[in-house]
Write a protein that binds this ligand. Structure first.
Ligand code: ATP
Ligand code: MG
Length: 579
């Protein structure tokens, strides 16, 4: 025998060594190369052009089956033998499909490998020498000669695995059904197989799936009712009753009505054997049938094939039904989630509108109470002070003791006036309306610094100018809330407040050097939760289409807010709800 050059591809070095040792027993054979993965196997095959490549299946980068297909394409003179530890019954069809000429299980290497290689390279070389097609060696891979019954069982098993894999991969239903009919036609050359699916009323065939029957025939069969008096077809009627049906010679079968008979015979269908395809709930939902071109009874193998097709058809249809039901449930769930999200968004929006409205009402109340305190109580106290002062002047001449008492009352009036003014200013500084944000903030910051002892640095943009009334109030309240938070929660002795107006934006920055916001609270704040103070700040910011960012560490907290405003110091358009 001429020298046979062999390429070994296996990711395990020990296996490669073992194969080498085994192949060395044939002096005329030579291991021309080794590869440790699928890609290397392709490259080496192209470079070395071996007579045969021994390919493992599970390899890094590219599996042996994928590599086999590419080697067949790129190095067509190299034969391929799959050597793997997979079950031969499972692997052989895939190996052949990938272009391999045989399969040897790793557990059978010692007994089968050499003879399998011989049976591949022997005929292949002779065929090549004669210019003929090499024949496929498959039996070499399977253990021992099989009796016909066992052979049938093996073939059914192989086809079944292939079909179940197709179904399990979720391929479209008709593709699976067509593959089943094709398998049956392949297992029994000469017969044509098909699956007829019934419509909801079970009086007509909804559609017929077949790899071999012409589409025009299947379409016309669907037009005929299966159980009406005028056009009877015994197999259809049997299906409606969930029974098997055999028609050995349609041409002479009195049960067949003319339209069905003529149509079938016109397309070469002379005998028919059908069986119902059952659903999981025990209803016959379809019919699997084989068509014979000659008048005869189906043989035992054909009857088995019909059962085989019906069983797999039922698996495919049930899987498809389950998947469809699952998809519908998923769609339903998704649409419910969408609806609920929309509802929640609506509820959230109305809540925001409501809370903003409440804040505005609160602002208005504060403004009114502040004005009332200032205008009524404040004015009355001023009048009282003047009265007491004039009384004091007159009393001084009459009674020094009385003058002393009046003087004490006068001081009380002054103290009360101061208290009322502070309360009124804190509720709503009149400066805010009259002198604008800068004046009100200067006054507020000075007062808070004095009361709290916090050294607050105020950096106010010279060009701040005036802003819409509602926006000025919102900024003032945000500053008020932030500085109150610093005073109440941060423990910081210092704070900085910066306000600048640039490029159509108002930038507000309030920073402290305190202990920071506790981590859990910060998370809550950043996911829109938190106390009323910060939530109120956020509402005010959102109302004016602004943006608020709160960052905090153990060394301090920063609240950064921006608002869109008209460039320059002009009043921007207010979106106040009550305007
Ligand atoms: N500058 C800060 N330094 C440290 N912690 C802060 C600071 N600002 C806020 N916090 C933390 O964030 C929390 C939430 O603040 P928020 O203003 O929303 O509510 P509050 O001040 O507790 O109550 P209120 O509704 O009266 O304002 C505070 O309880 C505090 O723990
Ligand atoms: Mg607060």
């Amino acid at each position: 025998m001429a020298c046979v050059r062999i390429l070994i591809a296996d990711d395990h070095e020990l296996v490669r060594e073992g194969l080498r040792a085994l192949l060395a027993s044939r002096p005329a054979w030579e291991v021309c190369g080794e590869a440790a993965d699928g890609v290397e196997a392709i490259e080496k095959a192209a470079e070395l052009q071996p007579d045969i490549v021994l390919l493992d299946v599970s390899m890094p980068r590219l599996s042996g089956l994928e590599a086999a297909a590419l080697i067949r394409r790129e190095s067509p003179t190299s034969e391929i033998l799959i050597v793997s530890q997979h079950d031969p019954a499972e692997m052989l069809p895939s190996a052949l499909k990938a272009g391999a000429r045989g399969f040897v299980s790793k557990s059978d290497i010692a007994s089968n490998l050499l003879s399998t290689i011989e049976s591949i390279v022997g005929p292949a070389r002779r065929a090549a020498a004669n210019g003929a097609e090499p024949h496929v060696v498959t039996a070499a891979a399977l253990p021992g000669p099989l009796d016909p019954e066992r052979q049938h069982a093996e073939r059914l098993l192989l086809e079944q695995n292939h079909l179940l894999e197709l179904i399990a991969r979720g391929r479209p239903l008709d593709q699976c059904l067509r593959a089943i009919t094709e398998s049956v036609a392949h297992l029994q050359p000469g017969v044509r197989a098909a699956i007829a699916l019934l419509d909801g009323n079970r009086t007509r065939i909804e559609r017929i799936v077949s790899s071999r029957l012409p589409a025009v025939l299947t379409a016309r069969l669907c037009e005929l009712p299966i159980v009406s008096d005028g056009a009877t077809m015994p197999c259809g009627a049997a299906l409606a009753r969930g029974e098997l049906c055999t028609c050995p010679d349609i041409a002479v079968d009195a049960r067949w009505s003319a339209p069905w008979r003529e149509l079938c015979i016109a397309y070469g269908v002379r005998a028919l054997h059908t069986t119902p395809v059952w659903s999981a709930d025990g209803t016959a939902i379809a019919s699997f049938f084989v068509c014979l071109a000659e008048a005869r009874e189906p043989n035992a193998w054909e009857r088995d094939l019909v059962q085989f097709g019906a069983h797999l058809g039922s698996v495919a249809i049930e899987r498809w039904r389950a998947e469809t039901a699952l998809q519908e449930a998923r769609d339903h769930l998704e649409s419910r989630v969408r609806e609920r999200t929309e509802e929640l968004e609506k509820a959230y929006t109305s809540l925001r509108v409501l809370s903003m409205r409440m804040m505005q009402m609160q602002d208005e109340d504060r403004r009114r109470i502040a004005r009332d305190l200032h205008d009524s109580a404040g004015q009355l106290l001023a009048a009282l002070g003047m009265e007491l002062a004039s009384l004091n002047g007159r009393a001084a001449a009459l009674s020094p003791e009385l003058a002393e008492d009046i003087n004490s009352s006068l001081q009380l009036v002054e103290q009360l006036t101061q208290e009322i003014r502070t309360a009124s200013y804190l509720l709503h500084p009149p400066l805010l309306d009259d002198a604008g944000l800068s004046g009100a903030l200067r006054w507020y910051v000075a007062g808070l610094s004095k009361r709290s002892g916090i050294a607050i640095t105020l950096e106010l943009d010279e060009a701040l100018g005036r802003l819409p009334r509602d926006l000025e109030a919102a900024v003032f309240h945000i500053v008020q809330e932030s500085l109150t938070n610093i005073h109440r929660h941060s423990g910081s002795r210092t704070a900085t407040l910066r306000i600048a107006r640039t490029d159509g934006r108002l930038l507000l920055d309030i920073e402290d050097q305190g202990r920071g916001i506790p981590a859990e609270m910060l998370r809550e704040i950043q996911t829109q939760g938190s106390g009323v103070g910060i939530a109120g700040m956020r509402e005010r910011v959102l109302h004016f289409n602004g943006d608020i960012r709160i960052t905090s560490r153990s060394t301090g907290t920063r609240v950064a807010v921006t608002f869109p405003v008209e460039p320059g110091g002009v009043r921007a358009d207010s979106r106040s709800l009550d305007s």
